[in-house]
Ligand binder design. Sequence first.
Ligand SMILES: [Zn+2]
Length: 183
Amino acid sequence: MSDIAIFPGDKIAAIEEYEAGYNAFDDGDMVRAATVGKMDIDKDNRVANIKHPKMLSIPKAGDIIIGTVAAVMSSMIAVTIDYINGKPTTSKVECVCSTRNIRRKNIALVNDIVTLKIISHLNGTIHAAIDEPHLGVLFTKCRKCGNKVVPMRDAIKCIECAWIDERKLSTNFGNSEFVKLRE
Ligand SMILES: [Zn+2]
């Protein structure tokens, strides 16, 4: 491992020679650092990693994350990552998730807790998917009154004001193990 400090976006290897490993991404040409850290080249497996001093974690393609919805746009949501593969992370990395192909009035609201699958890193942005059954909203509240909601097939219903709304729910919606994870 080299002792030279690496900064996000720094070129660390050519993609012909190395694959992007931990805390690294490829821009189609070069493997680049996704975080501050030190280069950690695995010559045997031809993987270029960046070791962060505090082990800041950047999720890889295929990882399952749990996060908090930070913004909702017309065709995507931005999510602050709280857990990667069930492990808490304090790095507060954001990912974006396209919601273009999901026909629901509301996919998720700001401050909802969602679970997503990381699909790629593109130009320094982490992209995630929400369209598998186990992916989607794990926790949400009533949009009208802020109270608890219960699932009703694909929709949700407020136990207080009876408002019925839509979300892209995860099959793990309301899972008590997840509640434990949050405490
Ligand atoms: Zn309500």
